[in-house]
Structure formats: C-alpha cells, structure tokens
Design a protein around this ligand. Sequence first.
Ligand SMILES: C=CC1=C(C)c2cc3[nH]c(cc4nc(cc5[nH]c(cc1n2)c(C)c5CCC(=O)O)C(CCC(=O)O)=C4C)c(C)c3C=C
Ligand SMILES: [Fe+2]
Ligand SMILES: [Fe+2]
Length: 347
Amino acid sequence: MMTETDGRAPSPLPADHPPLAPSKIGVLLVNLGTPDEPTPGAVRRYLSEFLSDERIVDLPRALWLPILHGVILNVRPAATARNYAKIWRSESNESPLRYYTRAQAEGLAARLNGVTVDWAMRYGNPSVASRLETMKESGCERILVIPLYPQYSATTTASVADAVFDAVKAMRWQPALRTAPAFHDEPHYIEALAAVTRRHLAAQDFAPERVVISFHGLPQRYFDLGDPYHCHCAKTARLLRARMGWTEDFAPLAFQSKFGREKWLEPATEDTIKRLAGEGVKKLGVIMPGFVADCIETLEEIDIAGRETFTAAGGEAFTAIPCLNDAPEMTMLLETIARRETAGWTA
Ligand SMILES: C=CC1=C(C)c2cc3[nH]c(cc4nc(cc5[nH]c(cc1n2)c(C)c5CCC(=O)O)C(CCC(=O)O)=C4C)c(C)c3C=C
Ligand SMILES: [Fe+2]
Ligand SMILES: [Fe+2]
C-alpha cells in the first residue's frame, strides 16, 4: 500500500513496520564557511577544503595541488589566522560569519511555523552533509536549500548545489530537493540594504562624500567563460543606487579580496579607495552587498585594512556599512524567499 511508505499515512502502520518520523519540510541556509578556531592549524584545514574545490580554483589538479599543498597551505594560514583573531567573537568563540548565519536561521525559524530550519557551511562545520542527514532523519522529506549569496556565481552558488547533491548520493531514501535562485534583484533584498544603510549612516557623526559599492571579486576568466556574477553585481549596484538616490559617481562599483596572480574583476576596491582619497574625498563609506553576513572580508579587509588605506592616503573619516546580519529586514527577506520557493509544498 502506497500510503504506508510515503510517511504521510493517515492509517496506522502494520505491526511489523519500522517506525516512521512524521513528514516535514526543511529549509537549509548555507554560507561559505569558516575555520573552527583562529589558529593556523584550523585555518589550514578550512583553506585546504575550500581551495581544493574545483569550482573555486579550476586549474588542472596536477598543476594546482602542488602549489596549494607546497606553498599556499604553508604560508597563508598563519597570516589569515592573525586576521581571524582580530574579528573573532570571543563570547561565543566563533567567527562572525558563523554567528550571523546561525542568527539568520533562528530568525527565519521563528517566522515559519511547522518548518524545520537549519544552517550549514559549504566548507568547515557544520557541514552540508551532516545537516542534511540530520534533517532527513528528523523526517524532512522535502528540503529547500538557500545559498546565502545574493549574486549567482559558479564558485559559490553552484558549489553549494554540488555539496548538496553529493551528500544525498549516499542516501538510499533521498529527500526531495529544491535550491533557491540568486536574489540580486529581489525587491526585499534591495530594500533591506537601503534600510540598514540609512540606519547606519544616520548614526554616524559625518555624511560620506562617496560610498564605494564593493563586491567579492572573481578571476576575470570565470566571467569570460560565462559566469553571470559580474552582471548580477552590476544590477544590484544599479538598483541600490536608484533606491538610495545615489549617482554612479557618488557610489562606484568595485571588487575586493583578490587571490592569486590571475587578473580579477576590476576596479579593485583598494585602488578605488586610494583614487578617491587622491581626488580629495575626506569622508568615505563602503557597502558590501554581496555578503549577507559580516565576515573576515568585510570586518578585517575593509573595516580595518581599507580604513588604514584610506587614512594613509589622506582620508579623514571612514565607515563600513554593516551587512544585513540579523537585521529584521534580513529575516523578512529570507521569509519571502522561503515561502516563495516552497510554494506547492506548504498548504
Ligand atoms: C580563488 C579564490 C577565491 C574565489 C574565487 C572566491 C570567491 C568568493 N568568495 C566569496 C565569499 C567569501 N570568501 C571568503 C573568504 C575567502 N575567500 C578566498 C578565496 C576566494 N574566494 C579565501 C582564500 C578566503 C579566506 C580568507 C583568506 O585567507 O583571505 C569569505 C569569508 C569567510 C569567513 O569566515 O569570514 C566569504 C564570505 C564569494 C561571495 C565569492 C564569489 C563570488
Ligand atoms: Fe572568497
Ligand atoms: Fe580577504
């Protein structure tokens, strides 16, 4: 009888049938990942997993793995661990990215009655496979995965999907899966950015003369091969400017966090900060809409190092606008996405 195996059986199971958990819907939020501790060893483990992903670095393995294991994993972890230590949340002993991702899941859970909400990291812990396994065991037969990247990139969004589908390969009884699309032009997202920006700027004792719109960069080659990331960033920037009444001159687009020797998307945020200081801008803001949670790239690279770059080049006042983090507008955005993408699953 079909109803006895689909988990929704209204009638009692036969006496010899193994117990079934009640059928549930799950939503899994996934962000990039982070080390477990701000130490070189923990950073090495995390970077090893991260930088071994062919979505992140697509060079032939025979070329890349000797560089990764012979050079990068010997040199980079110590410096990166020092940077993580500057931003580590000592109260809960975790990185800001993990802290805010959990807060986002808790905020969403409070808005979705009867839905299991969980969170995972693409690299590091808790892993996508471990959370999917737990959700499945608790009876989630339908799971929506929301990659926490507003702009699609194969390096991030597609890499989350790889991890999800790899994880269910090991399951005999798989859940039904959906992955949420990128939300770079979603009105609730643009509105959330505008609301957080207005609140933050109103609390400063200066008004910025320019606001750099800075996104994480990518190798230019990935864009040339068809990754739509740059287009998504440009559209988010355009919609945000329109919402804020900013001109392109007031709020230029730039790309941060360059890694390796290849040419990356330009202009680089650091160069843009120096250029603006050189043009006499004394008060500068930076917004990073590609990150929905503050992390090493926003708190260390921009708020600490970017601020130093600006003041060394003659700037006087600098502010990094916080990410959406645990703002109520972020919860509203996630709720909108979750409800829309589970349509047909929920009554
Ligand atoms: C080739 C290398 C990298 C690509 C491509 C890349 C794309 C990419 N990354 C993010 C978001 C984040 N990246 C973060 C950290 C980080 N990124 C890289 C390299 C690439 N990223 C490295 C080596 C690191 C680690 C830090 C360091 O060693 O400098 C983070 C922060 C994680 C945290 O714990 O705080 C985020 C978030 C996006 C959105 C993206 C492509 C669009
Ligand atoms: Fe990155
Ligand atoms: Fe960085």
